[in-house]
Design a binder for this molecule. Structure first.
Ligand SMILES: Nc1ncnc2c1ncn2[C@@H]1O[C@H](COP(=O)(O)OP(=O)(O)OP(=O)(O)O)[C@@H](O)[C@H]1O
Length: 606
């Protein structure tokens, strides 16, 4: 089944020019306008120096070589050398300053995006794969950086270059200039018909490349499943197809590009030939000098460079427009769950939780997944949430943490509607441990302190002891300073779970939400986890999405969720008496455990 098809990449690479986007982008450049004005001045000076060169060479021929005037040759030659040296200095200065500005703009943009992303609500991330968001922060900001770095200055430089050349040519001899530009319509025809084709060939090549990246990425992430199902050869074939696609697309783009520019140069050469033809006759008639014709031809040759550079900037501009649209889409997304204008800080709570007629849907066009839920939990109660898959258990805890806002009814904590208090004050008194305990790269200590950076060392050790990671940490050569790598990949599943318990314990929440792990760990770790759990839960209101009968049986209150409603609630003993849904669930779980024991106690065949 692998994986990422190249034609599934739906993001447009180019967008038509939009003044609004450009204005908004320029706002990022505004703080650096002084440096930029200086760069523009330097670039213009440099351009003036460069534009003088052919004229000076012409003078050397006419006034120096033809007239055998060595002093003139030496003088103008030295001036040319001086111009080149100055040009080199100006070039160095402008490259340095423009890169500095480009990097500052990129820095600001990236920082703003990162800060903003962290404030966005879960709903934003629900419909967007992480890979795409990441590519926005890296590729799209880079595309804009390139436009600012290269594009802006290239435009200033090449437009003045072109204008300068045209003005000089007409100033030198307007009739000859008109003649040499007679080939322009032909040139326009070639470039305008082939440019879009070249661009679409490059775009196909880039899209196949991103499919290659996507495939490699997915295969590495899923390597265990790939190998377990022995899918290597199937994947190889798929990858081979995409790889061939990429090679073909690249070769097509190269073929077209290597046809167009020589064609353009040929047309340019035609203009030069016309000038040589007429110029030569006039030189022989002595109405023009050799130096003059040489200078004229030199300017004509210089004409094509800026044209090709500007056509590249144009493509850069269009792809920066597409990138700008994607980035502005993120920056313009308001966090849905945010502090109300009148929000006050939630005072220290006891942990009473009431859900009043709570209903919820994940989006305006999505079906309702919770329907008028009513629940009342006293401080310190342990609540087990059970029910079939897709019933709405995780949705309920999402609303408690205010990851989403209820679409109907109220979530009330200690008498406060969660929408009336600040997110910070609410979440700082709540803790959550998910099945897949997300561990960050960094040390064990940093991970433990994640929810409470200022905890004392003593409290840290105590928390580690309570969740029983102290012994295993003691065996590590670097102890609490051990790096756990990305997502805690150096730790076992059980260790990660215990570390997550330690992290939440140190942040000392009044209300704790826990998604009990379904993944099996060995009996000893399991015992550790259960003991750690007991410590973590002590004295707190706890909601546990429970999978183990033991956890459920010990709960003060069991909520049986079915199809987005609370089908039954009560203690284990109460619910068993009703012989309803819960009793059925327990029966089936008991039966499952029984058959599991029978199967595992049978002697192995063979
Ligand atoms: N982010 C989301 N966007 C849209 N629909 C969602 C989202 N998350 C869950 N749902 C839908 O909401 C319903 C309830 O899902 P929920 O995750 O709360 O179930 P659950 O009882 O926790 O299931 P499980 O035991 O499998 O984790 C399901 O129909 C699910 O498809």
């Amino acid at each position: 089944m692998s994986q990422v098809e190249w034609d599934s990449v739906d993001e447009l690479e180019e967008k038509p020019f939009q003044l609004d986007y450009m204005r908004r982008l320029l706002r990022y450049v505004l703080p650096y306008r002084r440096t930029l004005s200086f760069v523009v001045a330097v670039v213009l000076l440099n351009m003036a120096l460069s534009l003088a060169e052919p004229l000076l060479l012409g003078y050397i021929i006419d006034e120096g070589i033809v007239k055998h005037n060595y002093t003139f040759i030496h003088g103008v030659g030295a001036a040319l050398l001086g111009f080149r040296l100055l040009g080199w200095l100006f070039g160095w200065l402008h490259t340095k300053l423009i890169n500095f500005t480009g990097q500052r703009v990129l820095f600001d943009l990236r920082q703003q995006l990162f800060n903003h992303l962290q404030t966005l609500s879960f709903r934003f991330f629900d419909g967007r794969p992480a890979g795409k968001i990441m590519s926005r922060i890296t590729n799209d900001t880079n595309a804009i950086g390139e436009l600012i770095n290269g594009g802006l200055i290239t435009t200033v430089m090449e437009v003045t270059h072109l204008a300068g050349i045209v003005v000089i040519l007409f100033w030198m001899d307007w009739q000859l200039a008109l003649l040499s530009f007679a080939t322009m319509p032909l040139l326009y025809l070639i470039v305008s018909t082939l440019r879009t084709r070249i661009e679409s060939a490059w775009s196909r090549s880039r899209r196949t490349m991103s499919a290659i990246n996507g495939n490699v990425n997915e295969t590495i992430q899923g390597i265990r499943v790939v190998q377990a199902f022995s899918r290597q050869s199937g994947n190889n074939e798929k990858f081979n197809d995409i790889n061939i696609d990429n090679k073909k697309a690249f070769m097509r783009a190269i073929r077209m590009e290597s046809t167009v520019w020589p064609l353009v140069e040929m047309v340019g050469m035609l203009g030069t030939c016309i000038v040589v033809w007429f110029g030569a006759r006039q030189v022989m008639n002595e109405t023009l000098t050799i130096g003059f014709v040489m200078a004229f031809i030199n300017y004509l040759w210089r004409f094509w460079g800026p044209l090709s550079a500007l056509s590249k900037v144009y493509s850069q501009l269009l792809s920066a427009m597409a990138s700008a649209e994607r980035l502005f889409e993120i920056l313009d997304t308001e966090p849905e769950v945010k502090n109300a204008a009148s929000a006050s800080a939630l005072p220290p709570i006891r942990g009473e939780v009431v859900l009043k007629e709570v209903s919820f849907r994940y989006g305006p066009d999505k079906p309702e997944v919770l329907h008028g839920i009513n629940v009342s939990i006293k401080p310190g109660q342990r609540v087990a949430i059970v029910g079939p898959t897709g019933a709405g258990k995780s949705t309920i805890v999402n609303l408690l943490m205010r990851f989403y806002d209820a679409t109907g009814g109220k979530v009330i904590i200690d008498g406060y509607d969660v929408k009336d208090v600040t997110l910070e004050s609410l979440r700082s008194q709540m803790g959550i441990v998910l099945q897949d305990s997300f561990i960050f790269s960094g040390t064990i200590e940093e991970n433990l302190r994640y929810g409470n950076e200022h905890a004392t060392d003593e409290a840290l050790r105590e928390a580690a002891r309570s969740v029983r990671i102290d012994k295993f940490v003691a065996h590590l050569p670097e102890g609490y300073d051990t790096q756990v790598e990305e997502r805690g990949s150096k730790l076992s599943v059980g260790q990660r779970q215990l570390l997550a318990f330690g992290r939440v314990l140190l942040s000392d929440p009044r209300i704790l939400i826990l998604d009990e792990a379904t993944s099996s760990v060995d009996t000893e770790t399991e015992q550790h986890i259960q003991a750690a759990l007991a410590t973590v839960l002590e004295g707190r209101t706890a909601f546990i999405i429970a999978h183990r009968l033991s956890t459920i049986r010990d709960a003060d209150m069991i909520l049986v969720v079915q199809d987005g409603t609370i089908a039954e609630s009560g203690t284990h003993a109460e619910l068993m008496q009703t012989s309803g849904l819960y009793a059925n669930l327990v029966q089936s779980q008991l039966l499952m455990q029984q058959s599991f024991h029978e199967a595992s106690s049978k002697p192995q065949a063979g």
